[in-house]
Design a protein around this ligand. Structure first.
Ligand code: THU
Length: 165
């Protein structure tokens, strides 16, 4: 028997420590939470992708009365990015979320955002991984009020992943 250990390196930043470009990407993800359609979960997620070339493509979660038909912010952004810029690499993705489940439902203020970074679901990791396999590493920036996690790639969030058959 042998053992194999898989390690994930997470860099933990304060928001102010990020580069101006990364703050811009995080801000775009935060702003995008406002376009989230989440009447069922009341969990509002925004994602922003930095394309190779500098453009920012954004998305938010879109829910549906037939629950499984809804889509996460990350996949909304990634599919939109691939549709708008076919063949162009996605360099980074930033994700932010807030919920007002226990508060009123008016416009979010800064304090509504999740204290700890939220991380993409398994299906979004799988979807993003496909673009990463095609175009190279996509850095993942997970925003929280208390800190920001930065991971070097989607693969680092999905070890032993399924990429080909
Ligand atoms: N959601 C996202 O958009 N991204 C994530 O990383 C986690 C979950 C959405 C799906 C659903 O609309 C709501 O958040 C609650 O799960």
């Amino acid at each position: 028997m042998k053992e194999k250990e898989i390690k994930t390196l997470i860099k933990v930043y304060d928001y102010e420590e990020l580069s101006a470009e990364d703050r811009e990407l995080v801000d775009a993800a935060k702003a995008m939470t406002r376009s989230s359609y989440a009447p069922y979960s009341r969990f509002h997620v925004g994602a922003a992708i930095r394309m190779d070339g500098g453009e920012i493509v954004t998305g938010s979660n879109q829910e549906n009365a037939a629950y499984p038909s809804g889509t996460c912010a990350e996949r909304t952004a990634a599919y939109w990015a691939s549709a708008q810029y076919p063949g162009v690499a996605m360099k980074k993705i930033a994700i932010a979320a807030w919920t007002r489940l226990h508060k009123d439902e008016s416009e979010p203020d800064e304090e509504c955002f999740q204290r700890l970074p939220i991380s993409p679901c398994g299906a979004c990791r799988q979807a993003l991984l496909e673009y990463e396999a095609l175009y190279g590493d996509i850095e993942v920036i997970l925003y929280g009020l208390d800190c920001v996690y930065v991971l070097p790639s989607v693969k680092s969030l999905l070890p032993l992943s399924f990429t080909e058959f």
